[in-house]
Design a protein around this ligand. Sequence first.
Ligand code: HEM
Ligand code: NFK
Length: 284
Amino acid sequence: MSQSEKPSQKKESVDTGIHTNFKDDMTYGDYLGLDHILSSQKRLSEHHDEMLFIVIHQTSELWMKLILHELEAATKSIAGGELEPAFKMLARVSRVQEQLIQSWDVLSTLTPTEYMEFRDHLGHSSGFQSWQNRLIEFSLGHKNERALLVYQHQPELYHRMEKALHQPSLYDVSIQQLANRGLPIDTNRLQRDFSQDTIADASVEAAWLTVYRNVDQYWDLYELAEKLVDVEDRQQRWRYNHLKTVERIIGYKTGTGGSSGVTYLKRVLDHRFFPELWNLRTQL
Ligand code: HEM
Ligand SMILES: N[C@@H](CC(=O)c1ccccc1NC=O)C(=O)O
């Protein structure tokens, strides 16, 4: 940066008022809040490998934060009929999901013996309580009121989750776009109770089928459909890798969250976020 550039950039930030927290002496660590982040790896045991367990979870939660940020904006954009910006956000979501999928390879270096040395310290805490993961599932349309029960003693969080439960999902707003483009969608589907889980609808499948069969006419909706399939595909791969890693580390032990463990995780794999987009493939 040249000498003459510096003052004018500074002046601009003062004039516009955008950089209200601008500090001349701000450091890398200040900006990123590293004091806070890097002092949050508090092991409950003396065990060396607990650090890996904590870091994997914390990095996963950070990536989930970004996914939620992108999904929220993509949903708004699609609801407003602006599909192009949403494509970029959904492409980013898929890339972040790949990071999450990769992290299972790192966690697989944890052996059953190592994990059992600190598992008792985890008490009844469990991935069931990951509210960001639950928000991602909700925002993709996988609603489940019972999943809120784990937050019943955290009123603020419960309220936030309850609000999210009733909001239209990324898939709901996409289906509304099908209708806006003149494709016939059952009124019950368009006016459904958003707090309920997505269920396959014949009119939605027929509409997507029309899109896939007439791509020249519906190129943007076709691209939207494939972006949604990308996101679901990665989400399923994440679930599958979680399941296999859990099987490798704890076998068929029951989960700390009270579920049957691997048997429960296998059942979750049967669920589909955008069922019609998968069903239609047999028709093409
Ligand atoms: C040693 C490593 C891990 C083991 C043994 C394990 C085991 C389990 C088990 C048994 C469950 C079922 C609930 C229960 O009864 O506890 C579960 C759920 C879950 N775990 Fe993990 N997990 C591990 C690592 C992770 C990591 C790294 C994440 C990333 C954030 C994660 C996220 C989740 C989520 C989100 C659920 C809820 C899934 C759902 O209800 O659909 N787990 N885990
Ligand atoms: N459910 C796991 C424990 C577990 O994995 C966990 C415990 C505390 C915080 C995060 C966890 N990760 C995901 O389920 C188990 O049964 O061993």
